[in-house]
Design a binder for this molecule. Structure first.
Ligand code: HEC
Ligand code: HEC
Ligand code: HEC
Ligand code: HEC
Length: 157
């Protein structure tokens, strides 16, 4: 015991560290879910939880099966790569039962402004307009642009 003489303060510090470690290990064992780390740095059961969530997007290939005319029109313009549900919202219920769930028409102005209002954070080659000047009033964008083929003007009825 001569070794520890005058070093009691070191023993106390070491004891405190050891106690802290034990508390940490116990609390960690209580809080970390049993299936954490089975596949990686996450809870394995989270995969099943995510699988149980309802699917809300149908995907544009499904829309195109019935709306062939619009899919063909869209393919000819610069919205060819904009998915139907980017503008129409998640529509799986409509796609499964068109008569039971009819989609609302997207707003012909706010929908467009979301993607086209001038913003320095957007790539310079992305088509943008200053909505205070283009068109300058609150005319709907779709009064002059066909949403499914935006480089063209709508037919005058
Ligand atoms: C199984 C066939 C089918 C599928 C798949 C389908 N639709 Fe439809 N859709 C219809 C039918 C039928 C109507 C009703 C047409 C009518 O009332 O003139 C309709 C109407 C619409 C309307 C118009 C509502 C209105 O105001 O006239 C929109 C918008 C629409 N669908 C979007 C979509 C989108 C987006 C998808 C893909 C997520 C989709 N549809 C998938 C059959 C389908
Ligand atoms: C860039 C946004 C945008 C995209 C992408 C888009 N739509 Fe539309 N769609 C609109 C808007 C806005 C209207 C409403 C037009 C109106 O009120 O006259 C509309 C109307 C419709 C209608 C109602 C009938 C008609 O001809 O106006 C259908 C059906 C439809 N869209 C289906 C589709 C399908 C299917 C796709 C994908 C192939 C698609 N849309 C992609 C914006 C979009
Ligand atoms: C989800 C984002 C998104 C929405 C919503 C959207 N657009 Fe676009 N739009 C684009 C992208 C991306 C391009 C350019 C694609 C490319 O460079 O090929 C484009 C291109 C255009 C162009 C240029 C067409 C040309 O031939 O020069 C016009 C005009 C346009 N959109 C109008 C509209 C209108 C009107 C609406 C509303 C009905 C709308 N957009 C909604 C993403 C969007
Ligand atoms: C009164 C008719 C009219 C209205 C309303 C209108 N536009 Fe246009 N827009 C045009 C015309 C015409 C052009 C083509 C100008 C040109 O030659 O570049 C154009 C061009 C564009 C372009 C392409 C710009 C580029 O750099 O290639 C975008 C994006 C666009 N408009 C978005 C919108 C949006 C978003 C709205 C609604 C807030 C809107 N437009 C409302 C007539 C209109």
């Amino acid at each position: 015991m001569r070794l520890l003489e005058g070093r009691a303060h070191l023993v106390r510090v070491a004891g405190l560290f050891a106690a802290g470690l034990v508390v940490f290990v116990v609390i960690r064992a209580l809080l970390v879910p049993a299936d954490f780390g089975v596949y990686g740095h996450y809870r394995a059961g989270a995969l099943d939880d995510a699988r149980k969530l309802p699917v809300v997007h149908a995907g544009q290939a499904t829309c195109a099966e019935c709306h062939t005319d619009i899919a063909e029109l869209r393919a000819k313009g610069r919205h060819a790569r904009i998915g139907c549900e980017s503008c129409h919202g998640a529509q799986v219920r409509h796609a499964k039962a068109p008569d039971e769930a009819k989609p609302e028409r997207p707003n012909g102005r706010t929908t467009c402004v979301n993607c086209h209002a001038a913003n320095v954070a957007r790539p310079a080659k992305h088509p943008q307009v200053d909505v205070a000047e283009h068109p300058g009033d609150d005319t709907a964008c779709i009064a002059c642009h066909v949403p499914h083929q935006p480089g063209t003007a709508p037919e005058v009825k």
